[in-house]
Ligand binder design. Structure first.
Ligand SMILES: Cc1ncc(COP(=O)(O)O)c(C=O)c1O
Length: 393
């Protein structure tokens, strides 16, 4: 029995939101690291984890990092994002996307969300580039008003869903701007059968505790470009140039994933097909049982997208009351991320929107328990609490 499942709150069993599922070879591989002493930043499991992820995603290179955040930071650095640049990102995302931009001294340009898919609105991205940007003498895209470079676009595959990637890639080619995919939540998702994280010049995954597979903390950079892959590895290992001498040729980072965590990753990845199957079941179960309950609606997934159903999220105007009711009854539920323009660090960023859909999404969305180890009985308990809430309104 999973430890999280046995937790209690006021003597009631808790149904967690999204917790790791440790049920494969994790103990065996970690023991192997401990027995051999290979616990740190080099070791066979790091290589194996990278190779297996690359194979699974059908991409040439995968570079393991200490987190999704450090993967994003490194990726922006190797794409050449510099101080005073702008980077286009969704206004609704986990804060790490915006933070990674800030770590480079750049400034996010925030894009409102599509009201149905909750991904950033490509009409707004295109309008912004078309009307508010121009190319400078070096053929770089820049913002007309202050001539600062717009050096990358970060689509975030929110909740494992994806936007129209073909359209986004065409846009990036037309305007010669790099795409860095924040696929932190989207391992196992695809667009036209191509894996999330493999469309952009670079893509990033996260393996933190709430992700579909977890290493406790960890991330991965994906790319088909050999040069960028070498740079990513170099930068994440303190930019040490010589195997013997402590000669570092630039300011690097200690951002590598350690072997003992990669060992967990290898074991988790072995179970990914089963995890995805279960996530899909959980998503379908909720849709079947909640589609006619109160005013509940769901995230729209376009026909070209296969979502990994990372974190099932419902929309209702009774969000606040339902959140309180569910959490008081041990059904751990959470609101959607606060839009970046509502956070003090990003409140003054340029925010491209027509009707601030992010505000509406944030006010009405609730993520409900979606762990891969949630039992059928627990799924029914969640549904019953939600039905009870609406019956008693
Ligand atoms: C969209 C998004 N980007 C980035 C991250 C950062 O990943 P990590 O927590 O591994 O640093 C996360 C998850 O936490 C995320 O959901």
């Amino acid at each position: 029995m999973n430890h999280f499942m046995t937790q209690k709150m006021n003597n009631k069993k808790i149904i967690p939101l999204s917790v790791p599922n440790i049920s494969g070879n994790e103990w065996k591989y970690v023991k192997d690291c401990l027995d051999t002493g290979w616990i740190s930043s080099v070791g066979s499991y790091v290589n194996e984890f990278e190779k297996s992820i690359a194979k699974y995603c059908n991409v040439k290179h995968a570079i393991a990092t200490s987190s999704g955040t450090t993967a994003l930071h490194t990726s922006l650095q190797i794409l050449g994002v510099k101080e005073n640049d702008y980077v286009i990102i969704p206004n609704i995302t986990f804060v790490a996307t915006a933070n990674a931009v800030k770590y480079c001294g750049a400034e996010p340009i925030l894009i409102d969300a599509d009201p149905e898919t909750w991904q950033f609105d490509l009409d707004l991205v295109e309008e912004f580039i078309e009307n508010s940007c121009e190319t400078n003498t070096k053929n770089e895209l820049c913002y007309k008003k202050d001539k600062r470079r717009v050096s990358a676009i970060i689509p975030v595959h929110i909740q494992g869903n994806m936007c129209d990637m073909n359209r986004l890639i065409s846009l990036s080619k037309k305007y010669s701007i790099n795409i860095l995919e924040d696929a932190a939540e989207a391992l196992g998702s695809s667009y036209k059968k191509k894996s999330a994280g493999t469309f952009g010049t670079l893509g990033c995954l996260s393996f933190n505790g709430n992700k579909t597979i977890s290493t406790g903390g960890g991330g991965m950079i994906l790319t088909n470009n050999q040069d960028l892959a070498s740079k990513a590895k170099h930068l994440t290992t303190t930019a040490k140039k010589d195997p013997m001498e402590y000669y570092h040729d630039e300011v690097g980072y200690n951002y590598r994933l350690v072997n003992v965590l990669a060992a967990i990753g290898v074991a988790q990845l072995e179970q990914l097909p089963g995890f995805l199957k279960r996530k899909n079941y959980v998503g379908e179960f909720y849709k079947d049982h909640l589609s006619n309950v109160g005013d509940i609606s769901f995230q729209k997934v376009n026909k070209d997208v296969i979502t990994n159903h990372w974190l099932f999220t419902i929309k209702t105007k009774y969000q606040k009351k339902l959140l309180k009711f569910l959490n008081e009854n041990g059904v751990i539920s959470r609101p959607f991320w606060m839009p970046m323009n509502k956070l003090p660090m990003y409140a003054n960023c340029i925010y491209i929107n027509k009707s601030d859909n992010c505000k509406k999404i944030h006010k009405s969305c609730i993520s409900i328990p979606s762990s891969t180890n949630i039992s059928d009985q627990e799924l029914s308990i969640v549904v019953n609490y939600i039905k009870t809430f609406f019956n008693e309104l």
